[in-house]
Design a protein around this ligand. Structure first.
Ligand code: PMV
Length: 354
């Protein structure tokens, strides 16, 4: 390509798994299928400026929230090494990567899904621009959007597994399974029916602990090697995905609550029963869970919780319960959050080019 320089910019969301990915094989291949809600407000915005350079090294600078950042560089270096066979232009350009999050820094919210998917999308846009040099047939162009999203998700997966579920919305499946169209190599939009009960589903994220993650997900996934319950857990994820597919079609909120909460507790149970073992919940995580159970019993509500590999609680509920649940959160749950901090989000449509 004779293109010398340019810049591209994407905003890409975080996602929250309903059936959890925990355990992987080589090359970021998941041990079990997962499905997630794409979020709407928790996003990373990344601009990549590229300029042709001489030499054969990877060359890039990272700016986080306006300041030069060295801490992210090793992760991106590894990411570039993993994807370079699929993006042969990487060594021909210098990249200035400017990134920021809509959610507060070190809030304990995983930014790897939104961050890695945003870079992957920027690199895809650059690949596309470099191709504009080349003449494409009409058929090739018509394949383009599907190709673009699939390859963006494929690349994002190599940055961080769950990042492959952040390209599209509103529900994305990753990992081969018997119930839905899917791949181990990239996330695909859930192909099943979704009942209107799940329209604009709400996720209020309660920030219980904003500290550094006690267990990185790299270490976490490895705990599933030789784990005494691994085989059963992976089989359970297949079953839960099949069950959830039917639940999503029929709009059965009571059944949804059961699968989603069981998945969250199972994820933590896997960590408690691995060697070494970890407890990633905090006392306030348990306080919140108990309050949610109490509220649900007393108010015929469908509010439920899910967790990632940390202490923060995602409170999930249908849009029609929004007013009541926000009142409940403010009066009963906010006191368990660090500095009273929480983030209101809802199911979203995926990444956007800016
Ligand atoms: O994408 P990773 O490698 O950071 O793994 C994240 C795994 C969980 O967030 C705990 C579950 C999931 O499916 O997102």
């Amino acid at each position: 390509s004779n293109i010398e320089n340019g810049s591209v910019k994407w905003s890409s969301p975080s996602n929250i798994a309903l059936v959890k990915y925990w355990g992987k094989k080589e090359h970021q291949i998941p041990e079990n299928p997962s499905i997630s809600f794409t979020l709407s407000n928790c996003k990373t915005i990344t601009e990549v400026t590229y300029s042709k350079k001489a030499g054969n090294d990877f060359s890039f600078d990272v700016y986080f929230e306006g300041e030069k950042n060295e801490a992210f560089k090793p992760k991106i270096q590894i990411f570039f090494e993993r994807i370079e066979t699929y993006m042969p232009f990487l060594r021909d350009y210098h990249f200035k990567i400017e990134t920021s999050n809509t959610f507060p820094h070190s809030s304990g919210i995983a930014s790897s899904a939104s961050g890695m998917s945003a870079i992957a999308l920027c690199l895809m846009s650059i690949e596309q621009k470099l191709k504009e040099d080349v003449t494409l047939s009409a058929v090739e162009r018509s394949f383009d959007k599907n190709y673009f999203n699939q390859k963006a998700s494929f690349l994002a997966r190599l940055g961080s597994g769950s990042a492959c579920r952040s390209i599209e919305g509103e529900l994305v499946v990753w990992g081969k399974n018997e119930s839905t169209e899917s791949s181990d190599l990239y996330g695909v939009k859930f192909d099943g029916e979704v009942h209107s009960n799940f329209k604009n589903y709400q996720d209020t994220i309660l920030l219980v602990d904003k500290g550094e993650k006690q267990v990185s997900s790299t270490v976490g996934h490895k705990l599933m090697f030789g784990h005494p319950f691994a085989k059963e857990r992976f089989a359970q994820a297949h079953d839960n995905l099949a069950t959830l597919k039917a639940i999503l079609a029929f709009g059965d909120l009571k059944a949804f609550v059961k699968v989603v909460e069981s998945e969250a507790l199972t994820l933590h149970a896997m960590m408690m029963t691995s060697m070494p073992y970890f407890i990633l919940m905090k006392p306030n995580t348990l306080e919140i869970i108990n309050k949610i159970w109490q509220y649900r019993a007393e108010n015929d509500s469908n509010v439920c919780f899910t967790l990632d590999a940390g202490a923060n609680v995602h409170v999930l509920y249908p849009e029609r319960e929004k007013q009541n649940i926000l009142e409940f959160i403010k009066s009963e749950l906010v006191s368990y959050c660090q500095n009273g901090h929480y983030i209101c989000d809802q199911i979203g449509l995926g990444a956007n080019q800016i």
